[in-house]
Design a protein. Structure first.
Length: 277
């Protein structure tokens, strides 16, 4: 599958970036990278048209000035570009996320090899690194884990490295699904059950649920996450900005969750909740 890369220049940057990302997610854009002057967003070429962007309400909002251009990103070109720019990441001095062409970091207890292609989740983005930091602090031996919107599968693979042997990783995007399957095999964690689909396909109960997805999807699916979470289970959520915390917390608490902790990095947030009943 080919993707379209759209590069947006936004004035003022905040809260323009936040509003634009949420709006683009609603019309099919799948991943986002903040830049110094705006946002880069990706959408499958089969879903893209220039009119989709030009007809967005924010494009006509006089409070913002937004310019954009776009180009096609083919599979091969994406991989070549990524290999030129991708560096290994070390988190909490014990977890290394690296590409197949990087040497192993012997100082790290946990070694994860990820070939992300077009999928989200290399630990370079703040939300992924925030999630990994939280997961490293969990006791996962013998726990059942669900990774929603798994992207590259990195969080599910980390859970396996930490001792969980009952893991489901699910993503609605076929590219992400195929990429997760490859990465699961690459890390010798083939017992992870990777599923192509959405929350509707989940039919089990879990001790921990990871959801690093955009704000709107989280808001929509929090009640369903809670339904599949065991009593005293943990829900970790990221993929949203600091300004989104009140609405996320309100919905979570109204569904029987208690906020346990939170972390922030460059205005991105991870929230840790515990099911109270």
């Amino acid at each position: 599958m080919d993707y379209i890369e759209c590069n947006f220049l936004i004035t003022p940057l905040n809260p323009g970036n936040e509003i634009l990302a949420a709006t683009l997610a609603d019309v099919g854009f799948e991943s986002f990278t903040e830049t110094e002057k705006g946002l880069i967003a990706y959408i499958p070429d089969t879903k893209f048209s220039k009119d989709i962007i030009e007809n967005l309400d924010i494009m006509r909002n006089k409070e913002f000035t937004i310019q954009f251009d776009y180009k096609n990103i083919q599979d091969k070109n994406w991989n070549e570009e990524w290999e030129r720019s991708y560096n290994a990441v070390v988190i909490a001095k014990k977890c290394c996320i690296r590409a197949p062409f990087h040497p192993k970091n012997e100082s790290c207890k946990i070694d994860i090899i990820i070939d992300p292609k077009m999928s989200f989740g290399t630990a370079h983005h703040e939300t992924t690194s925030l999630m990994i930091e939280q997961i490293l602090a969990l006791e996962l031996k013998g726990k059942k884990v669900l990774d929603m919107g798994c992207g590259t599968g990195v969080l599910a693979i980390l859970a396996a490295k930490l001792g969980s042997t009952q893991i489901t990783a699910i993503d609605i995007d076929e590219w992400a699904y195929n990429n997760s399957v490859e990465n699961v095999q690459r890390n010798e964690t083939g017992f992870i059950n990777v599923i192509l689909g959405d929350i509707e396909l989940v039919n089990k109960m879990y001790d921990c649920i990871f959801a690093n997805i955009n704000r709107n999807i989280l808001i929509k699916h929090i009640p369903e996450y809670v339904t599949h979470l065991n009593k005293s289970g943990i829900l970790l959520m990221s993929g949203f900005y600091n300004a989104d915390k009140p609405v996320i917390i309100n919905i979570a608490e109204s569904n029987g969750l208690k906020l346990v902790s939170e972390s922030e990095k460059n205005n991105w947030v991870v929230l840790k909740f515990k099911k109270t009943h």
